[in-house]
Design a protein around this ligand. Sequence first.
Ligand SMILES: NC(=O)c1ccc[n+]([C@@H]2O[C@H](COP(=O)([O-])OP(=O)(O)OC[C@H]3O[C@@H](n4cnc5c(N)ncnc54)[C@H](OP(=O)(O)O)[C@@H]3O)[C@@H](O)[C@H]2O)c1
Length: 276
Amino acid sequence: MKEKTIGFIGLGNMASAIIKGLRQSRDFRNLKIIGFDLDEDKRDLMSRDYDVAITENTLAVAKDSDILILAVKPQSFDELLPLLVPVLKEKQLVISIAAGKPLAYLCGYLGKDQPILRVTPNINAKAGASMTAICQNEAVSPEQLEAGSAIFDAIGSVIVLEESKMPAFSAIASAGPAFAFTFIDALSTAGIRAGLPRAVAQQAASAMLFGSAKLVAESGEHPRALVDQVTSPGGTTIEGTHTLSRLGFEHAVQEAVKAVIDKEKTLMGKAKDDKQ
Ligand SMILES: NC(=O)c1ccc[n+]([C@@H]2O[C@H](COP(=O)([O-])OP(=O)(O)OC[C@H]3O[C@@H](n4cnc5c(N)ncnc54)[C@H](OP(=O)(O)O)[C@@H]3O)[C@@H](O)[C@H]2O)c1
């Protein structure tokens, strides 16, 4: 991995989170990272803060990298992918982090012999805590899968999944942070209503969520069993969980996940139609 060059097309939110994570990891600290963004400010920032060598244009990233990461919005793919075809090298690993762009769509442009990983990281990469899922096409070698996994391992943890499971995974792990931030904001606002300063309310809410997630992950206990442990009979907490249930909290969460999956299916269907 040390001698490889990783290239990023697009240096926005996700690319900067991934690059920041890579630079903080011992294995990738000195790795050559190149990239290009249409936005000059982003280019300057990534060059200055994360030692990203800025190429002369978008296509030069593809030409000069061993592993190419496509980190532009899904809407840009139809324009970008055909331009990449003539410059990609045989066996060059291409990693797409775009939501709603399946392997069949990517292979439709790049060819089924181009090694491609479809990867679903999340914004928690900014804190080195992205839970990332990876699936691959048949052209990907075991070494390439290992190299791709190592990149995303540096910014959290990685799971290799069948592509059919990606929409469900993505709705929980990729869209989920937005739900978690909404929950933290709602708790903080409730704290302010009850008289806490914003900073204290927000710190209490985020530290609580962090600790609860850690407890679930480390104990392996069913979350319901943990709810039982904090709701004493006739106590105060059961009033809160009862109110959440009465107002449809679990139902709202399940419907939110389903809405994300439905939207991704629509986008995937559209991607297929656009390519036909
Ligand atoms: N944000 C998330 O939580 C998240 C989570 C998982 C996956 N993703 C995926 O990550 C990808 C990037 O999302 P993001 O939130 O990082 O987007 P973003 O912040 O908008 O970054 C994309 C950047 O790429 C630039 N760009 C567009 N076309 C380009 C081209 N041809 N050459 C070079 N640069 C180009 C854009 O410039 P302009 O703005 O000037 O067009 C923009 O600065 C998306 O496909 C998204 O689905 C995002």
